[in-house]
Design a protein around this ligand. Structure first.
Ligand code: NDP
Length: 326
């Protein structure tokens, strides 16, 4: 047994429920690996588990994303070995830790050219953008799409990857500073939704045609406006709840706007098998290695200050990626 520091929580609530504690870490069992995390990614989903929006047995650890080094593997584990550099973006929660024992299957090799910080910053949000732009709806060169929260962690990767694919991304943001950042990272148009009418601006930008797909992670506050931006038979991709979950709605909302489609995708479902994770990660590593997508780490906190990271993220005070350093 080794003692290591980790974030645990025994009750749901605000950031104050996060505790920085000592945990005992043992040897990996069959199918498991012990990984020393060198950098840890903070994601909005972590706040959903902390607040109780997504249920979890308590007490529990938190965090689904990190990069580090394999220290030991259990019986039957062959695809990673002690000393390998790895990254991961999956449940179970527990990435907010210096050292952990976890299912080995979810580990992907991190190329030598990618630092631990960059690996931890990009794997969950990068795989998300991979499936959103290439699988949920396969964007085509020349298309104009709408992507909310464009200056966030997922958003800045999406701006750049869309540009690399020849797609005109209309990004929405909540401040002028965020607008400048999204534009700099490749958004063809940016709407600051505090000052501008999103639906009206989308109509203007698209000459009245609207868009074939909306990527909406804002949830409750944006849902109806997102539907209003879709052309007939367009696809609503509702992939997050940053402002709260989307309330129940009538299917007539879809028929009234011209036979819309809607999906509520999760990374878990798209990266369900090792083969899927490895193929998606290879695509992500390629686009980052090509220089077409760079990873913006704009906030770094010590692991002990995870609560401060949550306050900043939920307070809309972050841009790009937030990481924790163990
Ligand atoms: P972000 O860095 O994008 O932070 C969230 C942003 O949402 C804020 O910065 C803010 O930007 C915007 N926002 C709008 N309304 C609110 C509100 N009421 N409270 C807080 N923020 C608000 O976070 P992530 O990149 O980690 O995640 C983005 C979204 O994508 C999240 O909803 C997350 O759950 C979802 N996600 C879903 C995945 C999936 O597979 N389904 C996987 C990964 C992420 P602004 O100030 O510009 O409005």
């Amino acid at each position: 047994m080794t003692t290591a520091k980790a974030i645990r929580f025994a009750r749901t609530g605000g950031p104050e429920v996060l505790e920085y504690v000592d945990v005992e870490v043992g040897d990996p069992g069959p199918g498991e690996a012990r990984v020393r995390n060198h950098a840890i990614g903070v994601n909005f989903i972590d706040t959903y588990f902390r607040s109780g929006l997504y249920p979890l047995d308590l007490p529990n650890g938190l965090g689904q994303e990190a990069a580090g080094v394999v220290e030991a593997v259990g019986e039957g584990v062959t695809h990673v070995r002690p000393g390998d550099r790895v990254a991961y973006a999956a449940r179970p929660n527990g990435a907010y830790s210096q050292l952990r024992v976890m299912p080995a299957d979810i580990l992907v090799h991190l190329p030598d050219a990618i630092s631990f910080e960059t690996g931890a910053a990009m794997i969950l949000q990068g795989l998300t953008v991979q499936y959103l732009l290439k699988q949920t709806y396969a964007v085509q060169p020349g298309e104009t799409i709408l992507f909310h929260a464009a200056a966030g962690g997922v958003g800045l990767i999406a701006c750049q990857w869309a540009r690399a694919l020849g797609v005109n991304l209309i990004g929405t943001v909540g401040s002028n500073e965020k607008a400048a950042l999204a534009k700099q990272r490749g958004a063809a148009h940016v709407i600051n939704y505090r000052d501008e009418d999103v639906v009206q601006r989308v109509l203007e930008i698209t000459n009245g045609e609207k868009v074939p797909v909306v990527y909406d992670s804002v949830g409750k506050d944006m849902f109806t406006r997102s539907l209003d931006c879709l052309r007939p038979r367009g696809l609503m991709v509702s992939f997050g709840n940053s402002s709260g979950p989307v309330p129940p709605f009538s299917l007539n909302e879809l028929s009234a706007r011209g036979s819309l489609y809607i999906t509520r995708p999760t990374l878990q479902a798209y990266a369900a098998t090792r083969a899927q994770r490895e193929a998606m990660a290879a695509d992500l590593f390629d686009v980052v290695a090509s220089g077409k997508v760079s990873i913006d780490i704009h906030q770094r906190f010590p692991l002990a200050d995870a609560a401060q990271a949550h306050i900043a993220l939920e307070g809309r005070r972050t841009t790009g990626k937030t990481i924790l350093l163990p």
